[in-house]
Design a protein around this ligand. Sequence first.
Ligand code: HEM
Ligand SMILES: *[C@@H]1O[C@H](CO)[C@@H](O)[C@H](O)[C@H]1NC(C)=O
Length: 431
Amino acid sequence: MRYSTAIVGALAFCASEVVAFPAAAIEFAARAEHDASARRDIEAAVAKLQAQRRAPGFNAAEQYVSTHGEYEFVPPNAPNTRNGDQRGPCPGLNAMANHGYLPHNGVATIQQFIDGTYDVFGMGKDLGGFLGIYGALIDGNLQKWSIGGPTPAVPSVLGLLGTPTGLSGSHNKYEGDASPTRPDLYEYGNTYKVIISQFQELFSMQPDPATANYDLSVLTPFRASRFQQSIERNPNFFNAPFAGIAVQPAAYTFIYRFMGNKSAEFPEGVLNQEVLKSFFSITGESGNFVWTEGYERIPENWYKRAIGDEYTIPFFLTDLLAAALEYPQFLNIGGNTGEVNTFTGVDFEDLTRGVFNLATLAEGNNLACFVLQGAIQFLPDSLLGAVGDVGALLSQLNSVTAGALNNLACPKLDKINKDQFAQFPGAKGAY
Ligand code: HEM
Ligand SMILES: *[C@@H]1O[C@H](CO)[C@@H](O)[C@H](O)[C@H]1NC(C)=O
């Protein structure tokens, strides 16, 4: 398949960016709340991680993203068009479909996801490949998938059970709890409709329009707040092994890494209030915000990531680790047990059959190893053992992570024990 070469090339180039963490980082983080010197150690470790990246540079012509001509904004299910356009929990994909960078009906092939996310946002082709293939396996029909709900445009195929659900229907598999602006499924009954109070909370963290910048120093504490809200408000909160540990951080870091407007002055990007509102389809003034479903827009005169500075899997893992250093609770797989404030973490050693444990998860490359291997091991059993087309796509997924894994010398995680999930009502159905 065409995309495999692009993926392998991207990995060879960037896998060395993954960096090790200081020993016992989690204990550090746990102490840091009360201990200023531990706090400084964490900040230094995070700063060191970030400093290892070279400055991205800026080239206006290459980074400008057109919103004109064939890329003009057209909302879903607009008057005088066919109905049935799909939009869902991901504002980035919704905006791409509204501007013709993905098919307007919200259904795309793996290759279209890889190309579109690269062209509009500068997502690394390794990450685009991984996410695109994962979607085809988990919510699609091996070829393509819907960014919203099920649709006749994604008919089921042999080898997969049931009708493909689309991204909106992939709770605990792809979509998860404690999202930035989207609700917890078992709290609100849907996975994709913006909760204005959640958007407002984020917005209000940078109240001055002249200086507002929703970067990771804003988004990571916001994630901690949202995580705590799920514990306090959703009796069925479940921090799932893949949707919680790997996708939840992406839902936060993507906001700054992708939506930020890059410039010569700010090559890493600035994400101001207007750009944030545009990508999240929010209008009106603070205190009276309105969300219009499916109207996510790429702003006029907006610039993507620099060429050569793509947001790759290793880059993403660095951000994931930095957030976990500051808030080790993000690594707790587990959930509430049917009442609020009953969060219980699973025994990590038991979960991974002795390969990893929580105390050393942030040491060395353990976390990267767990995330990369766990992403595959936590797929439904029906897919894992499969042969034929499913098996072929699964090996594609494996090859996307193989380059990064080779560099890390990981202890091998080839079996997991899902028994402990039975105690979490919010995990029902997913495993
Ligand atoms: C093929 C690529 C992609 C896939 C498969 C994907 C998938 C997802 C999924 C499953 C969610 C729901 C996560 C949750 O429950 O919290 C999500 C949310 C999100 N995605 Fe994407 N995404 C992709 C690309 C992008 C891009 C390019 C952006 C660029 C800005 C983006 C930005 C976001 C944001 C900000 C959220 C959180 C929304 C919220 O709750 O406020 N994603 N995405
Ligand atoms: C992005 O930054 C450039 C350079 O500062 C600016 O001219 C442009 O208006 C900005 N775009 C948006 C959408 O804010």
